[in-house]
Design a protein around this ligand. Structure first.
Ligand SMILES: [Zn+2]
Length: 120
């Protein structure tokens, strides 16, 4: 266990941050909080709507855990772009962009679910 408190929402907490970010192949385990009742009311989709089905929230968090396990966690803030959900610049991490672009949206496509908004 990481000792971090997970919220009553969807989230991933890494066990060993250094091992998860080293990119040296060691990687780290993670804890995932998953609440299927949380439908992402603040998550923006490409068509301007918000929300997503529960399984997409789980896929999103599993993708973070997968990257942690490979030692590919990237917490650097992408200062060049806005977070499509909040519209704020300077808060979204490179890892979050990776998860949304390369894991979440492909999973949505497989399931004929509208894509999540991306502007990266
Ligand atoms: Zn995420």
């Amino acid at each position: 266990m990481s000792g971090e408190t997970l919220p009553n929402d969807n989230a991933t907490a890494v066990h060993d941050l250094k091992a998860a970010t080293d990119a040296n192949g060691s990687g780290s385990g993670s804890d995932i909080a998953y609440n299927p009742d949380k439908l992402g009311e603040n998550i923006r989709n490409e068509d301007g709507t918000t929300g997503r089905p529960p399984q997409i929230g789980l896929i999103h968090e599993l993708s973070h855990a997968f990257l942690n396990s490979l030692g590919r966690k990237n917490s650097f803030i992408a200062t060049f772009t806005n977070d499509p959900d909040t519209k704020f610049k300077g808060i979204i991490s490179m890892e979050e962009i990776d998860v949304r672009t390369n894991y979440e949206n492909p999973a949505r496509k497989e399931q004929f679910i509208k894509p999540r908004a991306t502007n990266f």
